[in-house]
Design a binder for this molecule. Structure first.
Ligand SMILES: [Zn+2]
Length: 83
C-alpha cells in the first residue's frame, strides 16, 4: 500500500505490469472551505483546499494489482528535492 500520493515530479507505476498511466485511486481527504449560501438556500463551496489527503486504495487498471503500485520520479523532470 502507498504511504503517500505522488507529489510534484512524481507519478504512479505498477511494478507488476509496468503500467504508468491508468489507475483507480480511492482517497480520503480532509478539506476546509467557505460555504456560501444564497438567500434561497443554494450552496456554493468556495476556497476549498486540501488539509490532508490519504491514499486508501490504488489499483492498477491493467492487471488489477493493489500491492504493486509504487511512486516513482517522473523521468526527465527534476524532483522537488533537486530544484
Ligand atoms: Zn499492473
Amino acid at each position: 500500500m502507498l504511504d503517500h500520493l505522488p507529489g510534484p515530479g512524481e507519478r504512479l507505476r505498477c511494478a507488476a505490469c509496468g503500467n504508468l498511466t491508468r489507475f483507480d485511486v480511492v482517497t480520503s481527504r480532509r478539506t476546509s472551505g467557505f460555504w456560501h449560501y444564497t438567500v434561497a438556500g443554494e450552496l456554493t463551496v468556495e476556497e476549498e483546499r486540501d488539509m490532508a489527503v490519504r491514499a486508501e486504495e490504488v489499483r492498477c487498471r491493467w492487471c488489477g494489482s493493489v500491492g504493486d503500485v509504487e511512486v516513482v520520479p517522473v523521468i526527465g523532470e527534476p524532483t522537488s528535492a533537486e530544484r
